[in-house]
Design a protein around this ligand. Structure first.
Ligand code: ITT
Length: 210
């Protein structure tokens, strides 16, 4: 059975594929499956936007679809960039432009007040079934300069400082997401945490249809 990924972000495709590994599903992005979908992210929450994207692709393809809506919430910026993370520096902003804007806004924020968290909501839309959503967060601080070359988006500026034991076990605290190995990020990230719950939902659906 095919499972489609409702994202145009190649960084997410890579991570979601790894986080879904081992399930009896052929995981493909919408582009790989040749399916066009339109989804306007008009929601005020990550959960609403993930639902909009997953349902749009599920409807267009007639197949189960997973979407992630995610972003960075920074305390000193009253929760911004939040649901507007991809568009922080403008509608067609690049990752580099968004990072420059974040660094500029954080320039005068002292150490000790640079906390933030990454949030991911993942939605599973299955034909004929109610859509289900799971969320994950990872705590950290916003660095003063980019570090590391892995990942995408705000990865070089997000220094993991997460209280969960798994973050310590993975040796992730003190590293930016961009300094982590794929395996480390896929153990502790906001997306990894949301996807653990979504895997359980998928396993339930697969048991039902078998
Ligand atoms: P899709 O909607 O097609 O999935 P998108 O990149 O527009 O792609 P979002 O609307 O969910 O996705 O925007 C999320 C933005 O938040 C993303 O572009 C990054 O800038 C940032 N982001 C989310 N997860 C991230 C991560 O793991 N590392 C770095 N930045 C991340």
């Amino acid at each position: 059975m095919k499972l489609l990924l409702a994202t145009r972000n190649q960084g997410k495709v890579r991570e979601l594929r790894a986080l879904l590994a081992g399930l009896p599903l052929e995981v493909m992005s919408a582009a790989e499956a040749g399916v066009e979908y339109t989804a306007e992210e008009t929601g005020d929450t990550f959960a609403e936007n993930a639902t909009i994207k997953a349902e749009a692709l599920c409807r267009a393809a007639g197949l189960p679809a997973v979407a992630d809506d995610s972003g960075l919430e920074v305390g000193a910026l009253a929760g911004r960039p939040g649901v507007r993370s991809a568009r922080f520096a403008g509608e067609a902003a690049t990752d580099a432009e968004n990072n420059v804007k974040l660094l500029a806004l954080m320039d005068t924020v002292p150490d000790g007040q640079r906390g933030g968290r990454f949030v991911s909501a993942v939605a599973l839309a299955w034909p004929g079934r109610p859509t289900r959503v799971a969320e994950g967060v990872c705590q950290g601080i916003i660095g003063r300069a980019p570090r590391g070359s892995g990942g995408f988006g705000y990865d070089p500026l997000f220094v993991c400082q997460d209280p969960e034991p798994e973050a310590r076990a993975a040796g992730a605290n003190g590293l930016t997401y961009a300094e982590m190995s794929d395996d480390q990020k896929n153990r502790v990230s906001h997306r990894a945490r949301a996807m653990r719950a979504l895997r359980d939902m998928l396993e339930t659906e697969l048991t039902r249809v078998r």
